[in-house]
Design a protein around this ligand. Structure first.
Ligand SMILES: [Zn+2]
Length: 412
C-alpha cells in the first residue's frame, strides 16, 4: 500500500499528462506525512462568517457549541489564519436599506473585534501578508477582515478609507441581488430584478474598483455576475480574487466560475478560493434531481421564474422539504472540494487556487464539518500527490501573494 502511494506521489496531479504520455515516473524517496505537512504550512481560510443571531454585545458566538469555528477549534484543527467577514445581506436599494446595512456591518465588525480582544492571548488582527506570517511565527492565530457586499457603502465610496483603516483587506462587490455597484450572479427575482441591471459594473462600481486598487483592498468577485467579474478583472490594475466560489465546469451554478473567467483571473495573477459549500461542489444525483422536481411541483414552483422568485418563507419551506433528498445520495465531501482544486490547477496552474470554508455562512462538507477537521483537507491534498510547496501555496501562499501585490501597488 505504502509503495503504491509512493509511486502515485511522483506523477500526480500536475504531471499526469507527462506520465500518461509515457514518461517514466520517478519514485519519490520519501512519502509525505500529512500531519507534518499540515503543521509545516501556513493554513489560511479566506471566508468565515459570524451568525448574526449570536453577535449581540454580551455574546461570544464562539461559545456556541454548534458553531463551526471557535478559537479552540482553530487550535484543534491547526488553522493558522482566517478572514472573518463583515457580511451584509442585500436589502432594498434606498436610504433605509443602506442605513440598515450599515448597522449590520457595524455590528459584525464590532463582534469580530471583540473576539480578537477577548482571545488576544491566542489571536491577533493582521493587516498585511507580512503580519500574517509574523503572527503565525509568534504562535498566535491571524485574523484578517474581509467585507462581503459593498451595499453598506451607500451611494459613494467615501467609507472605503474607514474600512481600510479598520483592516478590511478584501471587498466582495455584490451578494445575492444587484446593488449600487454591480450585477450579482444571483439576481433577486423576488424583488423584481431582471438578470442584469447594468450589464456588469455600474459607473459607481467602476469607481469602486479603482478606489479599491488605490486603497490596497483586494477586489473580490465571488457573488458577482460574469460580466461584472470580467469587467472588474479588466479594470483592476492588480490581481483580483474570488474569495469563495467553485468551478462551473464541474457544477453548473451561477456562483461558480467558468473556464474563461478562471483564465482571465489567472492571467491577471489572481486566485480562486474554492468554497466548501456542498451545492457549489457536487451535482445532485438523478434521484435527488427527480426528488427536487417533485417538491417543486408540489409547491407550485415548476416554472423556473416562479422557482427563482420565491420569497424567503417559501424558500425556507422548500429547503426543509429538500432535507429528505440528503438520504438519496452522498453529501459533498473533502474529495469533491479537492476535485475543484485539481481542476483549477490543471487549467491555469498551481498559483491561482486556494481554500475557503464559508463556515457559519452555510459551508460544511463531509470530512470538513468544522474548523477542528481542517487537517482532513491537507490529508486529501497529500493523497492527490501535491508537494508541500504546492500545499503551502494552496493553503494561503497564493492569497497572501495577491494581498502583498495589492498593498504594494497602493503603498509603494
Ligand atoms: Zn457568500
Amino acid at each position: 500500500m505504502l509503495r503504491q502511494t509512493l509511486l502515485a506521489f511522483s506523477c500526480l496531479p500536475l504531471a499526469l499528462t507527462a506520465c500518461s504520455q509515457g514518461e517514466t515516473p520517478k519514485v519519490a524517496t520519501q512519502a509525505l506525512d500529512p500531519v507534518a505537512v499540515h503543521e509545516n504550512v501556513l493554513t489560511l481560510d479566506s471566508h468565515i462568517d459570524l451568525e448574526l443571531e449570536y453577535i449581540a454585545e454580551d455574546m461570544d458566538p464562539w461559545t456556541n457549541k454548534d458553531g463551526k469555528i471557535s478559537v479552540q477549534k482553530m487550535q484543534d484543527g491547526g488553522l493558522d489564519a482566517a478572514f472573518m467577514i463583515v457580511y451584509t445581506p442585500q436589502g432594498e436599494m434606498n436610504d433605509a436599506g443602506v442605513a440598515k446595512a450599515r448597522e449590520i456591518a457595524e455590528t459584525r465588525y464590532k463582534a469580530i473585534m471583540r473576539l480578537t480582544e477577548k482571545y488576544a492571548d491566542q489571536l491577533a488582527l493582521a493587516r498585511t501578508a507580512k503580519e500574517v506570517r509574523a503572527i503565525h511565527q509568534s504562535g498566535k492565530k491571524a485574523i484578517l477582515l474581509g467585507m462581503e457586499n459593498a451595499f453598506p457603502l451607500g451611494n459613494s465610496i467615501d467609507d472605503l478609507a474607514m474600512w481600510e483603516k479598520r483592516g478590511v483587506r478584501y471587498l466582495g462587490i455584490t451578494h445575492m441581488g444587484h446593488n449600487q455597484f454591480a450585477d450579482s450572479s444571483n439576481p433577486s427575482y423576488s424583488r423584481g430584478e431582471t438578470k442584469a441591471l447594468y450589464g456588469g459594473l455600474s459607473p459607481l462600481g467602476k469607481e469602486l474598483v479603482v478606489a479599491l486598487n488605490k486603497a490596497g483592498i483586494m477586489v473580490d468577485v465571488s457573488h458577482t455576475s460574469k460580466d461584472t467579474m470580467m469587467q472588474a478583472v479588466a479594470l483592476s490594475k492588480v490581481p483580483v480574487i474570488a474569495s469563495h466560489s467553485g468551478v462551473k465546469a464541474l457544477v453548473d451554478n451561477p456562483r461558480n466560475l467558468d473556464d474563461e473567467q478562471l483564465k482571465a483571473l489567472a492571467a491577471k495573477g489572481g486566485v480562486i478560493q474554492i468554497v466548501a459549500y456542498g451545492g457549489y461542489l457536487k451535482n445532485l444525483t438523478p434521484e435527488q434531481q427527480a426528488f427536487k422536481m417533485k417538491v417543486r411541483k408540489e409547491m407550485g414552483l415548476e416554472d423556473d421564474m416562479a422557482f427563482l422568485s420565491m420569497d424567503e418563507e417559501t424558500e425556507a419551506l422548500f429547503d426543509k422539504k429538500m432535507e429528505a433528498a440528503k438520504a438519496l445520495g452522498p453529501a459533498a465531501n473533502v474529495g469533491d472540494l479537492v476535485d475543484h482544486i485539481d481542476y483549477v490547477v490543471k487549467l491555469v496552474g498551481i498559483d491561482h487556487v486556494g481554500i475557503a470554508s464559508d463556515f457559519d455562512g452555510g459551508g460544511k462538507i463531509e470530512g470538513w464539518w468544522d474548523v477542528s477537521e481542517t487537517p482532513n483537507v491537507t490529508k486529501e491534498l497529500v493523497k492527490r500527490g501535491y508537494s508541500q510547496a504546492d500545499i503551502e501555496k494552496i493553503w494561503g501562499g497564493n492569497l497572501l501573494r495577491v494581498l502583498a501585490a495589492v498593498q504594494a501597488h497602493a503603498h509603494p
